[in-house]
Each structure stands twice: as structure tokens, then as C-alpha cells.
Write a protein that binds this ligand. Structure first.
Ligand code: PMP
Ligand code: GLU
Length: 405
């Protein structure tokens, strides 16, 4: 069979590939420590699981509307009002099969072949991949480590000069952990209005912020609700990654278009899972806050363990559950991939492959996020796992030092 050009150019998601490989090795009995995928290690809270079981027992197992069940769409509107100060009606909401699918729908509905979409690097793996899938051209604007990987409106504006239709934002950011400030977002919002840019605002980590950082939705600024697709979901906040429920909140016409798209593709996310998400949103933020506090403790522990490793530069993440550490001491060594026996031409990929092979430590190379000389660690893991990971990393990097000497 001859595959379409469209699928041939899709690169595999490295975050997904590393997670799948680590889980497969573990299932075979290998002693793997994985800080690869960003996935809370907690179980879904009991009342949410019970709601799904009850839905199944009540035979809520049939087709529903493509954009989701009305009680869930109403609960999402209530949540957006309560937690984000945003006003939406249920016909502006589309319930999707995870937040990743929500981004997919938004890109599909907004990007024509040849359209330019601005993505800030470091960026989640999926944004440029989806823009390319729909024939668009990702324009990557780098944010600077010196500035905590925060956005600079003037840099975005310069990229608009080349003609751009869409800006993808992600705060709190995967992988950098940057939580964009109100002033930064106001400046970006003003330029979006001035330049007539549409915005996809991925707010999936909104509740996971530390040290008093505040999550602000760009849709809350004047002139923004009418040009923004807010992407969110229950995966990260409620430890519901496998349930696959996300959603978009957008202008009505766009919501209708994305619902049409779902009607012809997935039809809708699984009905019992929608009932579980409804219970999550109606159940309040107590379990979310409990998990956030645990992530905050783990962040403190893990950052201090990593900072004790000579040569590793470790910024303190402001949000999400990733540490994006600077490994340039090793990756800037000339010819690192060849010396580590890797066929990749990326130093961060070679180093991560080596750590998996020799230390059984699964982590994600910066290259996956469009930035070299970095490794991403997910600290959504038990304290014991984090301590073991730090130990393996210390040992692994010392061994690489030996190879490079
Ligand atoms: N956006 C970002 C920034 C993410 O890190 C993830 C993680 N998977 C998602 C979206 C997708 O979430 P979901 O599992 O709900 O598809
Ligand atoms: N978002 C998580 C991560 O970045 C899960 C994997 C994925 O969906 O990309 O690791």
C-alpha cells in the first residue's frame, strides 16, 4: 500500500514513544525508572470512578451528540466562569477525546494549507506536528532561558511580519514550566488583536502552579474571547489521562465547525467517560489541590536532588510537573551522538537513549520540544522514584563524563 504524503510526514510523538517503550520494558520485567510521559501517578479520585460505573450500570452507553452531553457542557461553562472568569454558553463548548484531540480539532478548523502558525519554543511536541498535518507552516519563535522561557510580545510580533494566522500558547508550559504573567499575556493579547491573530490557548496545566503563581487565560482580555480557542480537559488536574476527555471553548461558529468535524470523525468521546468528567467538574477542586500540593513537594525534592549533580543546571519550574534541565555540559561535547553510539544527530536524543539503555532511566530529550541541550523530567512520580531517578542520572552522567574524557 502506498501511504498518503500526509501521514508519511508525521513524526512520531517522542513523549508518547518514550512512554510506550518504558511501559513495554517494564511489562517485560525490566527495572525501568520512567520520568518520561507527563502523567500523574495518582489514581483517579474514587467518586469520579464511581460516577462512570454508575453511568454504565444506568446504561448511559449509547451515542450522544457529537459535541458532548449537555450536562457536561453546562458544567464546563460553570467551571470556566468560576475558575477563569470566562463567560461561555454550552453551544460554544465541544467535548473532545482528550485535550490533544481538542488541539487537533482547533488546528483542523483554523489552518489551511500554507497558513502560518506561530509556536513558542520550547513547545509541546504536538503543536508543530498538527500544524504540518493540516498543511500549515509552523513558525517557531524561541523564548529565552534567561527570561524563564516567558513570551516576549515583540518577538512574536516580528514573526507576524512574515504573515501568520494563528498563535499557539501553552501556560503553564510543557516542558519549561513557565507560567505567563498577566502583563505578558496582556501584551500578547494586544498584539493578537492588532495583528488579527487567532489563538489556541492550551490551559491543561492551569491548576498546577507553585509559589503563588497565578494562571491567567488570555481569553479574558478585551477582544480575545472572539479570537481564542481555550483548550482544557480533566487529564492532568484530576489524574484522568486514560479517560480521554478534553474540551474546547470558542466562538460559536468555530464550535459548530469543530462539532461537524467530530460528527464525521470520532462522533464523540466515550459516553461513560463524559459522565466521569461531569462528576470531576462538579466535585470541586479538593482532589486537585491535594495532588498539586504533592507535586509541589516533589518539585522541591527533585530540584534539590538534581542541583546536587555537578554540571547540571536546573531552573525551578513555576508550573506543570516538569523540570527542563540544561545538560549542555554533556551535549555540547563535539560529536556526542557518535561517541555514545547513537545514530541520531541530536545530542539530547543521544544522551536520553544512552540513559535508557545504560541506566534504565526514561526521560525526554529537549529536541522533542524544539530545543537542544535540555532534558525534560516529569516529577509526577513518587518520591522514591524521583530519588532513584536522580541517583541513576548522577551515575549515568558521571559515566558519560568518563566516555568524553
Ligand atoms: N496539552 C499539553 C501541553 C500536554 O502536555 C498534554 C499532555 N498529554 C495535552 C495537551 C494532552 O492532554 P490529553 O491527555 O487530555 O490529551
Ligand atoms: N502530554 C504528556 C507529555 O508531554 C503525555 C504525552 C503526550 O500526550 O504527548 O509527556
Amino acid at each position: 500500500m502506498k501511504l498518503s504524503r500526509r501521514v508519511q510526514q508525521i513524526e512520531p510523538s517522542l513523549t508518547v514513544a518514550i512512554d510506550t517503550r518504558a511501559k513495554a520494558l517494564k511489562a517485560e520485567g525490566a527495572d525501568i525508572v520512567s520520568l518520561g510521559a507527563g502523567e500523574p501517578d495518582f489514581d483517579t479520585p474514587g467518586p469520579i470512578e464511581d460516577a462512570a460505573v454508575e453511568a454504565i450500570r444506568a446504561h448511559k452507553t449509547r451515542y450522544v451528540a457529537p459535541d458532548g452531553i449537555l450536562p457536561l457542557k453546562k458544567a464546563i461553562c460553570a467551571k470556566l466562569g468560576r475558575e477563569n472568569g470566562l463567560r461561555y454558553e454550552p453551544d460554544q463548548i465541544v467535548v473532545t477525546s482528550g485535550a490533544k484531540h481538542a488541539v487537533n480539532n482547533a488546528v483542523a478548523a483554523l489552518v489551511d494549507p500554507g497558513d502560518r502558525a506561530i509556536v513558542l519554543a520550547p513547545h509541546w511536541v504536538t503543536y508543530p506536528a498538527l500544524v504540518k498535518l493540516y498543511g500549515g507552516e509552523p513558525v517557531v519563535v524561541r523564548t529565552s532561558p534567561g527570561n524563564g522561557f516567558h513570551p516576549v510580545a515583540a518577538d512574536i510580533e516580528r514573526a507576524c511580519g512574515e504573515g501568520a494566522k494563528l498563535l499557539v500558547l501553552n501556560s503553564p508550559c510543557n516542558p519549561s514550566g513557565a507560567v505567563y504573567t498577566r502583563d505578558e499575556l496582556r501584551a500578547v493579547a494586544e498584539l493578537c488583536v492588532r495583528r488579527d491573530l487567532a489563538v489556541i490557548s492550551d490551559e491543561i496545566y492551569e491548576h498546577l502552579v507553585y509559589d503563588g503563581a497565578e494562571h491567567v487565560s488570555i481569553a479574558s482580555f478585551p477582544g480575545m474571547a472572539e479570537r481564542t480557542v481555550v483548550v482544557n480537559g480533566v487529564s492532568k488536574a484530576y489524574a484522568m489521562t486514560g479517560w480521554r476527555i478534553g474540551y474546547t471553548a470558542s466562538p460559536r461558529e468555530l464550535a459548530r465547525a469543530m462539532a461537524r468535524l467530530q460528527g464525521q470523525t470520532t462522533h464523540h468521546p466515550a459516553t461513560p467517560c463524559q459522565h466521569a468528567a461531569l462528576a470531576a467538574l462538579e466535585g470541586g477542586l479538593e482532589p486537585v489541590e491535594r495532588m498539586r500540593r504533592a507535586f509541589e513537594r516533589r518539585r522541591g525534592l527533585f530540584v534539590s536532588e538534581l542541583r546536587a549533580i555537578p554540571g547540571l543546571a536546573v531552573p525551578e519550574p513555576e508550573g506543570a510537573f516538569y523540570v527542563f534541565a540544561d545538560v549542555s555540559k554533556w551535549t555540547s561535547a563535539p560529536d556526542l551522538p557518535r561517541r555514545l553510539g547513537s545514530s541520531s544527530d541530536s545530542g539530547s536524543v543521544a544522551l536520553c537513549e544512552w540513559l535508557l539503555e545504560h541506566e534504565r532511566l526514561a526521560v525526554v530529550p529537549g529536541a522533542a520540544f524544539g530545543v537542544e541541550h535540555r532534558i525534560r523530567f516529569s516529577y509526577a512520580a513518587s518520591e522514591e522514584t524521583l530519588l532513584e531517578a536522580a541517583q541513576r542520572l548522577r551515575r549515568g552522567l558521571a559515566a558519560v563524563d568518563g566516555i568524553l574524557r
